[in-house]
Design a protein around this ligand. Sequence first.
Ligand SMILES: [Zn+2]
Length: 274
Amino acid sequence: MPELPEVETIVADLRPHLAGRTIVSCDLLFPTIVRHPEPEVFIDSVAGMRITALRRRGKYILIDLENDLVLVVHLGMTGQLRLLKPDVPLSSHTHAVFALDNGLQLRYRDPRRFGRLLLGTEVSLVAAKKMPRLGPEPIDPEFAAEELYRRLRKRRTALKAFLLDQAAVAGVGNIYADESLHRARLRPDRLAGSLSRKSARRLHESLRDSLLVAIANRGSSVDTYRDAWGEIGGQQEKLLVYGRAGEPCFTCGRPLALIRIAGRSTVFCRRCQR
Ligand SMILES: [Zn+2]
């Protein structure tokens, strides 16, 4: 599933091509990929709209339109947002095509269809529970270690589950939860509330580092992730623990352990992480 670094890569790549453009029309090949409002209303509402900006919030792509409207794209497990010339044949599982005033097409494709498109104001989408209330952005310079400590302290849940909770911190999924806990030398099954201020500071730093390094490497293509041009990322070859269960820890050489936390497979080193 695309996480913060993958979504950030797509948004940064698309921004110069989309900001200022107008959506001429929208064609829905699989209408129920639009979860709000009704597909017909969605099509009518986006047609003729100018794109004013492109942003990321957590794992959500926010395409700002006029009148405070936001076209929201969540990639789910296998979603891909691509910018293509209209003569490129439609690939299978293409569910939505937005024609732009520069002749290009923004296409949404999603084989497993866990992704979704939404349209509304940010406030109305959150109020209608179409979008969750998201926690702070872990790479935001304003997000201080003390704030992470304050959030950890009240929680009686495993650290890994805390990191996966989008209301606790936004944008972290299975890959970067495991990576940042390994970098911070913290066990994923430790209680969030048990961390000292010093450990919380270490987690804060490792979370930032894991995400920023992955953004610099254009994300991890561990499964189907592709950027806006259809290319794979470069971080998957540099992951420390994710996907490496049973393989030797890069630090101590001991085989990495695999456990399940919050229903998700979790890889860590029993020796290096405490
Ligand atoms: Zn180790």
